[in-house]
Design a protein around this ligand. Sequence first.
Ligand SMILES: [Zn+2]
Length: 77
Amino acid sequence: MSHMTPCPNCDGGNLYKSKKISSGGGHAPNYLPGLGRFLSTAGFHVVVCRDCGLSRFFAHEEARAKLGESDKWTRVP
Ligand SMILES: [Zn+2]
């Protein structure tokens, strides 16, 4: 999570980062399928701009490390 500021939408500097949030599972959609551990969904942080409201989701490093080996994700050319 480098280079959070400034906000890419409004150039503002009032950004707030959440604690770890589960990416879903159970009755909620899983936004990071195939990237968690057994019985544990992957997590991310949300960074919200106080000025314009832009919200960005950042998958944890552990989840990102599995992207290349997961058949649920395709690398964008
Ligand atoms: Zn903003």
